[in-house]
Design a protein around this ligand. Structure first.
Ligand code: SME
Length: 147
């Protein structure tokens, strides 16, 4: 893992360790990631099991879609598959939901609760193609454990 990532994970951990409010913690983690890496959009969608949709949570970046159905788009597919999805070119992902026309690549990582179900997804968009590699995926999976 890069020094930048290990420092970022350590900082995220220190931001959340004394706070239990999930919105406050997600808001700070999104801000940290956006500031550190300069990505186009960084945010969290929470599972709303009463409507089988993801609902927008704390984020940094332009306004975004409020709700995403289970199995739809990259986020809903991540929820359905229960695994991280790296999309090097959003135009090549069938069903990609374009909240912003400037988004070119994307990574979505599931956030699990202890019983193993998905409670949220962490979604990051870049305005550059192929912006996310395996190192980013592993690091963001560590970050997701803090949310
Ligand atoms: N592109 C996502 C939608 C959310 S925005 O990127 C913020 C998707 O296809 O699920």
């Amino acid at each position: 893992m890069t020094k930048l990532w290990s420092e970022t994970i350590a900082q995220a951990r220190s931001l959340v360790e004394n706070e239990t409010d999930r919105v406050a913690n997600a808001a700070n983690v999104c801000a940290l990631l956006k500031e550190r890496f300069g990505w186009w959009w960084v945010g969290v969608y929470y599972v709303d099991s009463t409507t089988d949709t993801l609902v927008l949570g704390p984020f940094q970046g332009p306004v975004a879609c409020t709700r995403i159905p289970f199995g739809r788009g990259v986020c809903g597919t991540c929820w359905q598959r229960r695994e991280s999805i790296v999309v090097p070119d959003v135009e090549l992902f069938p069903g990609h939901i374009a909240c912003s026309s400037l988004s070119r690549s994307e990574i979505v990582v599931p956030v699990f609760v202890p019983d193993g179900s998905v409670k949220a997804v962490l979604d990051i968009d870049s305005d550059k193609l192929d912006a996310f590699d395996d190192d980013d995926k592993s690091a963001l999976e560590e970050i997701a454990k803090l949310l």
